[in-house]
Design a protein around this ligand. Structure first.
Ligand SMILES: C[S@@+](CC[C@H](N)C(=O)[O-])C[C@H]1O[C@@H](n2cnc3c(N)ncnc32)[C@H](O)[C@@H]1O
Length: 263
C-alpha cells in the first residue's frame, strides 16, 4: 500500500458535505451516549473524533462485513453500525468481546430507538479463540480495539497468525495508537516510553520513520507491517488534510498484506 492511495482525506476531498454530515451525526450520537451511559457510570471508550473516523472508514471501505474486536462500551459499535446502515449493501457487524459492557440491541432499543444500524451480532468470547471464517462477505473492515496484557498470551500474535492471513488486502483500523517523537533510539522499540507530556506507552518504530506509542500490541502490529513493508495511516492526519486541525483521534488504519497465503 502506498500512503497516497488509501486516505480518508483523498477519498472525501470531492464530497465535503458528506464529511460534515458524518461529523455532525457522530458527535450527536456521542453526546446521546454520554447522557445514556452517565446514568450507569460506564465510561465511553471513544471520543467523538474516533467515532467520526470509524464512520468515515466505513464509507470509504464500503465493507460487507465489519469485525469489531473489543466492543466495550459500544461506542465503536454505534459509529460503525450507524455508518454501515447508509451503505445499503447488506453489511453486517460481528462484535467480539470477552466481557462486553452491554448488549448493543439493548443499548439501541433504550437510547437510539430510531437510529438505523446494520445488523449486529454480539459474540461473547476470548478473541484468542476467534477464527476468521472463510465465508465472511468482503470487503471486510476489522476494528481492532483489544490490548495485550504483558505476561498473558498476546492477542496480537493470534491476529497475525490466524486473522490477517485470511484478511489479505482487507482493512484493519487500530485504536489507541498515537504518533511519538521521531528521535527515539531504535533499541527502544517495544520498550515503555513517555510518548508526550501525558502518556506512557510501548514504542513502535515503523520502517517509514514514523514512531507510534500504544499498548503492548502496538510494537507487534508494527513489526508485522515492517516485515511486509506495509504503510499505516493516522486518521488525525486525514482530518488535518480535510481542514479540521483540532480533530483529535487515536485511530490508525492499514491494509493487510495482499500476498499472504495461510500455511
Ligand atoms: C478498549 S476496550 C474496547 C472499547 C470499545 N471499542 C468501545 O468503543 O468502547 C477493550 C475491550 O477488550 C475486551 N477484551 C479484553 N481482553 C479480551 C480478550 N482476550 N478477548 C476478547 N475481548 C477482550 C474488554 O472486555 C474490553 O471491553
Amino acid at each position: 500500500m502506498r500512503a497516497g492511495d488509501f486516505m480518508l482525506a483523498r477519498y472525501f476531498a470531492r464530497n465535503p458535505d458528506a464529511v460534515r454530515q458524518i461529523i455532525e451525526q457522530q458527535h450527536r450520537l456521542f453526546r446521546r451516549l454520554l447522557e445514556e451511559l452517565n446514568h450507569s457510570g460506564v465510561e465511553i471508550l471513544q471520543n467523538p473524533w474516533d467515532m467520526a473516523s470509524l464512520a468515515l472508514l466505513v464509507r470509504m471501505v464500503r465493507p460487507k462485513t465489519i469485525v469489531e474486536i473489543g466492543s466495550g462500551s459500544r461506542a465503536s459499535t454505534l459509529a460503525l453500525a450507524s455508518s454501515a446502515a447508509g451503505l445499503n449493501n447488506g453489511c453486517r457487524l460481528l462484535g467480539i468481546d470477552i466481557l462486553p459492557h452491554r448488549s448493543f440491541t439493548a443499548l439501541c432499543s433504550g437510547a437510539f430507538p430510531d437510529l438505523p444500524c446494520c445488523p449486529v451480532n454480539d459474540v461473547q468470547m476470548d478473541a484468542r479463540l476467534f477464527e476468521i471464517d472463510g465465508d465472511l462477505a468482503n470487503p471486510v473492515l476489522m476494528f481492532y480495539d483489544v490490548h495485550d496484557v504483558p505476561g498473558e498470551p498476546p492477542i496480537s500474535q493470534h491476529a497475525i497468525n490466524r486473522w490477517f492471513p485470511r484478511l489479505s488486502g482487507e482493512t484493519v483500523a487500530v485504536h489507541d495508537c498515537i504518533p511519538a517523537r521521531a528521535d527515539f533510539p531504535r533499541a527502544l522499540h517495544g520498550e515503555k516510553v513517555l510518548a508526550d507530556d501525558r502518556m506512557f506507552g510501548f514504542l513502535a518504530r515503523h520502517f517509514s520513520g514514523k514512531n507510534f506509542v500504544g499498548y503492548a500490541e502496538m510494537p507487534v502490529l508494527i513489526e508485522y507491517l515492517n516485515d511486509r513493508q506495509q504503510d499505516i495511516l493516522l486518521a488525525t492526519d486525514d482530518w488535518r488534510a480535510m481542514g479540521y486541525p483540532d480533530a483529535s483521534t487515536s485511530v490508525s488504519y492499514f491494509r493487510c498484506s495482499a500476498v499472504e497465503v495461510l500455511g
